[in-house]
Design a protein around this ligand. Structure first.
Ligand code: ME8
Length: 509
């Protein structure tokens, strides 16, 4: 096991002032698929997620509900965990930032930065939106009913003037520029990386890392009258989860998040890591933002889709397929339930299930125990395998799924052209019938292996229906590559079964 490469992927740690919505589940679904792909592909995987608790908005929410802050946070942490478990997200680590081990770790890195002169005392005066947990400039605000409010939350920001500690980000300007140059794929997609580079080029300002007035959070080790604010606390969660592991997962392979927090991950974070003596992340994958009926989805605006409710109503695979096969990661997207159902009906309920159903029914009618191993679509399948790996390595999940479904279309076309339902009827065509059926089964086998990273339960079912009962165990033992290359596969089809995927109606959407 020790000779295996590691793959460490993270989602943002989510705020707990409301339950996660479909937008949050997007980063988690991407991470889940990539983690699974790496796991079945001979890597030792770590996938961390969960909650960002030391925030002023949690304190406010707890007060609103008449709860003690910790009781409120326990409740919300359970809800978050319930959501990710309900979505069958297979994280390996969850982190609560109120845990003592996280506090201790963050204090140790703060001390390191302080000792090397990167943290200094100053005075701070600014507008602050607690719902964004971000500072605002006058220009950022919009006017509503004569009041200057945050455009996202429509609330007036607080005016803050206090003694703070600052991190010397300006000192790292050159370091960052060189780092970006030496790591041209650090931020994906590249247009977002260009924005990051342009931001740095305009000149970096030091930023405040602590609060005098907030009492809830991690106390600065060199001034216990202040707590650290947001980024020192939140970002270092990624390292807290690496403490005390026998396997070394740092530096992290991939941080996933939406564009709202890329600045903190791509600019602040590398500088903070450098300052405290840690290696930098390998890559950052940034997603776009979802809207719902063209309105920003926001916990604070309450127009949310609950991912668990939605996946119970329609299936998790419908959400995964819709999000991953429609969107080029990085694009903004308007979530559309009707479109999600149509995509699912076309690709999973029709294309994939039809093919499986055909091979099951026709093989049973043919009454042969074994099919002759003759794979007529081998060349196309080989090309697909190559593209599959390339696309996954560069996180092009839409292209990856598009290619698989294109291949399944080819297999469906092959069936139409070869008409196995005619071949099985004539004794002299028996061998041809077996070869055609083998080609369909093999096409499905290869597709299912590739789709396993996205739809593990159903692909497990599909492989089982083809008689490949040891496959999931072998996949979970990291054998994806061996299985993809396996030849002369022995399929064993014994039952017809119910539909793997059933269609949903769109009329009422
Ligand atoms: O920012 N569309 O937490 P957060 C797409 N705690 N993605 C969305 C989304 C939307 N409408 N809304 C949220 C925080 N997200 C900090 C992070 S990390 C060290 C600290 C997703 O609860 C997206 O991935 O506001 C975004 O980056 C993340 O949720 C922010 O979640």
């Amino acid at each position: 096991m020790s000779n295996k490469e590691t793959f460490f992927v993270t989602t943002p740690i989510y705020y707990t002032n409301w339950i996660p919505h479909i937008g949050h589940s997007y980063a988690s679904i991407i991470a889940d698929s990539l983690a699974r792909y790496n796991k079945i592909n001979w890597k030792k995987v770590k996938f961390s997620t969960w909650v960002d608790e030391n925030s002023q908005k949690a304190v406010i929410k707890a007060q609103e509900q008449g709860l003690d802050v910790m009781d409120y946070l326990d409740k919300m942490a359970d809800i978050h965990r319930w959501v990710w478990d309900g979505m069958k997200i297979e994280y390996t680590d969850f982190i609560r930032t109120t845990k003592p081990e996280h506090h201790e770790f963050v204090r140790s890195v703060l001390q390191k930065s302080f000792d090397n002169g990167d943290i200094y005392e100053g005075e701070y005066e600014w507008l602050y939106c607690v719902w964004c947990e971000a500072f605002k400039k006058e220009d950022d605000l919009i006017e509503v009913n004569g009041k200057k409010v945050c455009p996202d939350h429509l609330t007036e920001p607080d005016k803050i003037k206090e003694k703070n500690y600052f991190f010397k980000l300006s000192k790292y300007q050159k370091f960052l520029e060189e780092f970006y140059e030496n790591n041209p794929d650090f931020v994906t997609p590249s247009d977002r990386f260009n924005e990051v580079k342009a931001f740095v080029k305009r000149g970096l300002e030091d930023f405040s890392i602590s609060r005098e007035t907030n009492k809830f959070g991690i106390k600065l080790p060199f001034d216990e009258s202040q707590v650290t604010y947001v980024w020192y606390d939140a970002l270092f969660n990624y390292l807290t989860v690496c403490q005390g592991w026998d396997e070394n997962f740092w530096p992290v392979n991939l941080h996933i998040m939406a564009k709202d927090i890329v600045k903190f991950h791509a600019i602040y974070w590398p500088a903070m890591l450098k300052s405290s003596g840690y290696e930098l992340p390998k890559q950052i994958l940034t997603t776009g933002y979802f809207t719902l009926d063209w309105q920003k989805i926001s916990k604070s605006l309450w127009n949310v889709i609950d991912p668990v409710e939605f996946s119970e109503q329609y299936s998790k695979d419908l959400i995964v397929l819709y999000l991953l096969s429609s969107i080029n990661i990085g694009q903004d997207w308007d979530f559309n339930t009707k479109q999600a159902i149509l995509t699912y009906n076309a690709k999973l309920a029709n294309n994939l299930w039809n093919l499986l159903n055909r091979v099951l029914v026709l093989t049973l009618k043919l009454g042969e125990e074994e099919l002759i191993s003759w794979f007529e679509l081998e060349e196309k399948a080989d090309k697909l395998k190559e593209k599959f790996k390339k696309n996954l390595e560069k996180f092009a999940l839409k292209d990856c799924l598009d290619e698989i479904f294109k291949f399944l279309d080819e297999v469906n076309k092959y069936v139409d052209e070869n008409e196995p339902w005619k071949l099985i009827k004539a004794e002299e065509d028996r061998e041809d019938a077996q070869a055609v059926l083998y080609t369909i089964a093999e096409g499905l086998r290869i597709s299912a292996l590739m789709l396993y990273s996205f739809f593990p339960e159903k692909m497990w079912e599909l492989l089982t229906r083809l008689g490949l009962t040891d496959y999931v165990e072998r996949l979970e033992n990291w054998e994806l590559n061996n299985l993809l290359e396996e030849k002369e596969v022995v399929f064993k089809i014994t039952e017809k079964w119910n539909p793997l995927y059933t269609r949903f109606d769109v009329d009422d959407k």
